[in-house]
Design a binder for this molecule. Structure first.
Ligand SMILES: [Zn+2]
Length: 332
């Protein structure tokens, strides 16, 4: 942590103060009031650490990594370079929530730099606590949480959504000094993912503008996707090994007097996250509810399926499908 309380009650922020001036003094955690020690060496960035962690409910009670400290400092500086009038606070303790966001922007937007895995239950609780008290929360993901070939249950709950970017996530890369937007995230029936990636170097442009970019007006992107010709074989194998997800879907087909393995599967293999076209036929459209997304994405699902009646060779942002059907209606 970078912020601690002095005996006088004054808060010190290591990202702003001269560390040498602070040596030899006593410091306390703003959240739990427990004693913290100033750690500063020639190589290591200066930070505060609890003497005993027992009573502190704060995130850094889990021992903040060098990555977390580095990213927090980098983003703080990046925000400082932003347009005037932006109030950015580092580690502002919010007693009514018992939470300390890494950064708090304009007193309302909590920025959480998440470097370690946490349980889905804990993520839900923290997200809902912020929201209940009127804060928006933006989760930015450290190395261990970067999106790889599949969406983990945790990442599913970290997804954001906009009409122009579809499902998206933010990643922070300390080694490269960049913030990455992974947008237009789509899932293959096999569970693998496809997405667009855009990297922005720290300090290169206004940070708030970058963070708002999924909502900004922009040319619509197009992401080519390829159908998997061996998918039938894959499915046969999954059913052979009794994969519960596919067994459940096959059961629906059996009940309707059909067989999943005889369905033409060359077409709709790539879909928006949370939509399995093979289940829609029996279970209807999913509700399209996600933890970080305030509205339902059901109408996006609906437009996507309506547009892609046969085979999908490319996917587009939700705005593309919305506008397509809006234009079609206006032609009538
Ligand atoms: Zn504490």
């Amino acid at each position: 942590m970078f912020v601690a309380k002095m005996r006088s009650g004054k808060l010190v922020n290591l990202l702003e103060e001269e560390v040498e001036m602070l040596r030899g003094q006593d410091f306390y955690c703003p959240a739990c009031e427990g004693e913290v020690k100033l750690k500063a060496g020639p190589v290591v960035r200066a930070y505060f650490a609890h003497v005993t962690l027992a009573d502190c409910a704060q995130v850094w009670a889990e021992n903040e990594s060098a990555q977390h400290l580095g990213l927090k400092a980098a983003l703080y500086r990046w925000f400082q370079k932003s347009r005037e009038g932006m109030l950015v606070e580092v580690e502002r303790y919010l007693p009514e929530l018992s939470q300390t966001p890494d950064l708090l922007v304009n007193g309302r937007l909590a920025i959480e730099i998440q470097c370690s895995r946490l349980s889905v239950a804990r993520l839900r609780e923290r997200t809902r606590t912020y929201r209940k008290h009127g804060y928006a929360v933006l989760w930015l993901l450290g190395r261990d949480l970067w999106l790889d070939k599949r969406l983990t249950p945790l990442l599913r709950e970290m997804l954001y959504f906009s009409e122009n970017a579809g499902f998206y996530l933010w990643e922070l890369d300390l080694a490269r000094g960049e913030l990455r937007l992974k947008s237009l995230i789509h899932e293959h029936l096999r569970g693998t993912i496809a997405c667009m990636v855009r990297s922005v170097k720290f300090d290169s442009v206004d940070l708030m503008t970058v963070l708002r970019s999924p909502y900004a007006a922009q040319p619509l992107t197009r992401l080519p996707v390829k159908s998997d010709k061996d998918f039938q074989a894959y499915l046969t194998q999954q059913l052979h090994y009794q994969n519960p997800r596919w067994m459940k879907i096959q059961e629906n087909y059996y009940r309707a007097g059909e067989n999943l393995l005889t369905v033409d599967l060359t077409g709709l293999q790539w879909t928006p996250v949370g939509l399995n076209p093979l289940s829609v036929k029996f279970d209807g459209l999913p509700e399209g509810q996600f933890l970080q997304i305030p509205m339902s994405v059901r109408s996006y699902y609906q437009d996507f399926l309506r547009y892609n009646q046969t085979a999908t060779t490319a996917v587009y942002p939700p705005a593309f499908y919305r506008d397509y059907f809006a234009n079609e209606k206006s032609k009538l």
